[in-house]
Design a protein around this ligand. Structure first.
Ligand code: GDP
Ligand code: GDP
Ligand code: MG
Length: 329
C-alpha cells in the first residue's frame, strides 16, 4: 500500500477512532475501573462519589485545575437533577468533559491536515518551527507530518536545525527520504539559525509550499532557550517575512504532569501557536490532553499514537473524549 492509500484508509474516521481507542485503553480502564469500584453498592452520586471521582481524574493526569472545573460542573448537575444515579455518572462525565473542552481554543482546522500549510501572497513557503525538549518526539512528528503533506501534494523542505547530535540529523534524513521531502542540513555542531536560513532560502528558491524546522531541545536554561529561539526567528524573517507562521511545541503525553510543566516553560520563553501531544499509545496518562487543552490558550493540533508514519492524528476533541470516556469498558 502506498502512503497515499494508507492515509486514505487511516483518515477514515473509523480507523482513527479505533487506533485512538486502543491507544487510550489503559487510561480508559484506569478511569472506569476505579469509577465502578467507587460507585459499587451506591445508587446516588453523593459527596463521597465525587471525592473519589476527583481523585481518579487527578490520577489520570487531567491536572488539578481542570479536575476541579469538571467536578464543579458535575456538582452543579447533581444539584439540578436530584435523581441522578450512579448509573448515569459515566455519561455525565463524558458530557461535561466534552462541554468543557468545547470552550477551549480550537485549532481552526477546516483542513484535514490540521493547518492550512499554504504559501503566502508573495509565494513564500509556510514555515513551521517545531520546539520541545529532547526525546518528546519532535523529529518523529515532523516526519509523520511531512509524509502527510507530501501525500496531499505539498512540496516540503525539512531543516535539520537540531545540530547537537549527528544522529538527530541522520534521523531527520531518514524521515525525509521516507516521506519524499527535501532535507537541508549542515554538519553537526553548526549554528541552528544558519541551518534555518539555508532551509528557508532553498525552500523559497524551489517554490516549495512548506518548510519545517526541527530544533534541539538540549538547552541549559530558559535564557539560553529564549536566545536561541529568538535568533532562529530573526534569521528566518530575513528570508521569509512573517516567518515562522507557526511554532509548534511537542510534549510527551506519557510524562503526564511533566508535559504540563514543559508547556508552561516553553510558552514563557517563546510564543507558541500550537501543541502536539505524542506517545498517547499505551499510556495511562492520556487525561493530560484534557488538562492541556483546557488550561493553555493554545490549541492542540496533533496527537501521536505510535511510532509509525501513519500514527499522527489531527486532534479532534469530540473523538478524543469518546475514546477516553467511551463505552469501551
Ligand atoms: P525528539 O528528540 O523530540 O526529536 O524525539 P524523537 O522524534 O527522536 O522521538 C523520541 C522517541 O519517541 C523515538 O523512539 C520515537 O520513535 C518515539 N516516539 C515519537 N512519537 C511517538 C508516539 O506517538 N508514540 C510512541 N510510542 N513513540 C513515539
Ligand atoms: P557540554 O559540554 O556537553 O555541556 O556541551 P556544550 O554546552 O559545550 O556544547 C557543545 C556543542 O553543542 C557546542 O558547539 C554548542 O554550541 C552546541 N550546543 C550546546 N547546546 C546546544 C543546543 O541546545 N542546541 C544546539 N543546536 N547546539 C547546542
Ligand atoms: Mg529530534
Amino acid at each position: 500500500m502506498g502512503i497515499f492509500e494508507l492515509f486514505k484508509k487511516r483518515d477514515s474516521g473509523e480507523a482513527q477512532q479505533a487506533a485512538l481507542e486502543s491507544g487510550l485503553g489503559k487510561s480508559r480502564e484506569g478511569i472506569f475501573g476505579r469509577l465502578s469500584r467507587a460507585v459499587a453498592g451506591k445508587s446516588r452520586v453523593d459527596e463521597e462519589v465525587l471525592d473519589e471521582l476527583e481523585e481518579i481524574l487527578i490520577t489520570a493526569d487531567v491536572g488539578v485545575e481542570t479536575t476541579v472545573r469538571i467536578i464543579e460542573r458535575i456538582e452543579a448537575r447533581v444539584a439540578r437533577d436530584k435523581y441522578l444515579g450512579t448509573a448515569e455518572l459515566d455519561t455525565i462525565l463524558r458530557e461535561e468533559v466534552a462541554a468543557l473542552l468545547a470552550e477551549a481554543p480550537a485549532a481552526e482546522s477546516s483542513s484535514e491536515l490540521g493547518m492550512l500549510f499554504e504559501k503566502d501572497a508573495s509565494g513564500n513557503p509556510f514555515v513551521l518551527m517545531v520546539v520541545g525538549v529532547n526525546g518528546v518526539g519532535k523529529t518523529t512528528t515532523i516526519g509523520k507530518l511531512a509524509a502527510r503533506l507530501t501525500a496531499a501534494g505539498k512540496r516540503v523542505f525539512l531543516g535539520a536545525a537540531d545540530t547537537f547530535r549527528a544522529a538527530a540529523i541522520d534521523q531527520l534524513e531518514v524521515w525525509a527520504e521516507r516521506s519524499g521531502a527535501r532535507l537541508v542540513k549542515q554538519q553537526m555542531g553548526a549554528d541552528p539559525a544558519s541551518v534555518a536560513f539555508d532551509t528557508l532560502s532553498a525552500a523559497r528558491a524551489a517554490g516549495a509550499d512548506v518548510a519545517i524546522i526541527d530544533t534541539a531541545g538540549r538547552l541549559h536554561n530558559k535564557i539560553n532557550l529564549m536566545n536561541e529561539l529568538a535568533k532562529i526567528r530573526n534569521v528566518m524573517q530575513k528570508v521569509v517575512p512573517g516567518a515562522p507562521h507557526e511554532v509548534m511545541l511537542v510534549v510527551d503525553g506519557s510524562t503526564g504532569q511533566n508535559a504540563f510543566e514543559q508547556a508552561k516553560q516553553f510558552s514563557a520563553a517563546t510564543q507558541i501557536s500550537s501543541l502536539a501531544v505524542t506517545k498517547l499509545d499505551g499510556t495511562a496518562k492520556g487525561g493530560v490532553v484534557i488538562g492541556i487543552s483546557d488550561q493553555f490558550r493554545i490549541p492542540v493540533r496533533y496527537i501521536g499514537v505510535g511510532e509509525g508514519v501513519d500514527d499522527l492524528q489531527v486532534f479532534d476533541r469530540a473523538r478524543f473524549v469518546a475514546a477516553l470516556f467511551g463505552e469501551g469498558r
